[in-house]
Design a protein around this ligand. Structure first.
Ligand code: KG4
Ligand code: ZN
Length: 409
């Protein structure tokens, strides 16, 4: 079976095609084409995603990418002149289309959905609506090119040792999700305000680093970490007293000062599995304001910028690790999945790996490859296919597929 998948929930336009063959105990995938168009450069001047521009770019890029993936997969030969417009009544190059219908920016989601509906009608193939967050969960099985396989149970669901805990960390979400039965999700905790990726992006903006800020902050923090050979205050120390106010010490010469910053770890000790990152972000804002008052030109001072980046990354990641550890213990988790754009963060990966041996038993930890950490259409195709077989080929009526910006798992 060949599946074409489309992702347009935010600022990446992505289309992939893969072929999948289902065996008794696994499904083997061959990626035939996988293409995306990042809009980062377009959104840089706005310091974040500008929805109307993102929509316009999706409209422009979808037909271009479609032609590209059909050509790459050599499936365009089934279409005369490879012109998509002329594809009406042609034999379909694929057997199904999977598309993200939420969560995300509704005007962007609609672009992918409308485009997919047109194709599904023209090619007379089923349209499988996919939850973007389930796509992230299942991204841990994929590879952006070549072949990969996914272990399956009898009913077609993914075979992993349950309970599974998923830590989903992106620009729009920060969630802890428990799966007791394969492909069944219960959100046990989430951010009450900003998503962790959003906090990285906003702090980067305060430090005059370009969008998207996550990789930028992480790069500065890593340089500082290596330099200072400073290890993260471990999870075990998280219980100790901590000042919630940011501090910076030093005289007025930025090159001579010994600079130390402490930022808060919001909700670290709350009894639930929720997160909050907006206070942490505001603490950085106040810190920068205080430094400016002391005439420290932080935007041109690498030393200060790196110290802030390091402490911010430490604080944000410590919150994620602490709650993840608590959830692993409470739910006696056997498998941990970590996915979403922030799953690319090196420090997060390193700290999570330390959780492998908890409560005497070894936990299996699954991360996506770096190529599949951020938004991509391959994960949408994987989730689409697995839902298709789980639902025994049943799909909703085309007209009922609607963009759902706040869709939940
Ligand atoms: O999953 P994703 O590509 O898009 C959403 O669905 O939101 O996640 C994007 C987010 C951005 O906020 C970006 O700054 C963050 O992931 N990100 C990172 C890193 N790479 C991407 N955050 C921290 N460290 C990174 N290395
Ligand atoms: Zn995403």
């Amino acid at each position: 079976m060949k599946i074409l998948s489309i992702e347009t929930s935010c600022d990446d336009t992505c289309i992939s095609i893969f072929e999948v063959k289902r065996g008794a105990t696994n499904a083997s995938f061959t990626v035939l084409a996988n293409s995306s168009n990042s809009q980062i450069k377009i959104h840089i001047p706005y310091g974040g995603v500008y929805p109307a521009l993102a929509k316009r770019e999706h409209t422009k890029n979808l037909p271009i990418l479609l032609e590209k993936v059909l050509r790459e997969s050599k499936l365009d030969k089934m279409l005369t002149n490879s012109a998509i417009a002329k594809s009406v009544n042609m034999k379909s190059p694929v057997d199904a289309i999977a598309v993200t219908y939420g969560p995300g920016l509704e005007m962007c989601l609609w672009e992918g959905i409308s485009f997919s509906k047109e194709l599904a009608k023209e090619w007379n193939v089923p349209l499988i609506p996919v939850n973007h967050m389930e796509g992230h969960v299942l991204s841990v099985f994929g590879k952006h090119k070549g072949k990969f396989s996914i272990p399956l149970q009898k009913g077609g669901q993914v075979k992993l040792k349950t309970p599974i805990l998923s830590l989903l960390v992106s620009g729009g979400h920060t969630q802890l999700v428990i799966t007791k039965k394969s492909m069944d999700y219960e959100i046990i905790g989430e951010t009450l305000d900003d998503a962790v990726g959003e906090a990285f992006d906003k702090v980067a903006r305060m430090l005059d680093l370009p969008y998207p800020g996550g990789p930028q902050i992480s790069k500065l923090a890593e340089e500082e970490r290596v330099k200072e050979n400073q290890s993260l205050r471990g999870v075990s120390q998280a219980d100790g007293p901590r000042s919630s106010a940011p501090r910076a010490r030093g005289d007025s010469d930025p090159e001579k000062i010994s600079f130390s910053v402490t930022l808060p770890r919001p909700m670290l000790h709350s009894k639930n599995f929720d997160f909050s990152f907006s206070g942490l972000k505001t603490a950085v804002l106040y810190l920068i304001r205080d430094l400016n008052k002391k005439n420290l030109d932080i935007l041109h001072n690498d030393k200060i910028k790196k110290a802030i980046a390091l402490e911010f990354e430490n604080a944000a990641i410590e919150c994620l690790i602490y709650k993840t550890k608590k959830a692993i213990e409470k739910y006696k988790v056997n498998t941990l999945i970590v996915a979403g754009g922030v799953a690319a963060n090196k420090h997060l990966r390193n700290e999570l790996k330390k959780l492998e041996k908890l409560s005497g038993h070894k936990i299996k930890i699954l991360f996506p490859t770096l190529e599949l950490s951020g938004d991509n259409s391959l994960m949408i195709g994987i989730a689409g296919y697995l839902n298709y077989i789980k639902n025994k080929g049943k799909v909703p009526k085309l007209d009922s597929v609607k963009a759902t910006g706040n869709l939940r798992l």
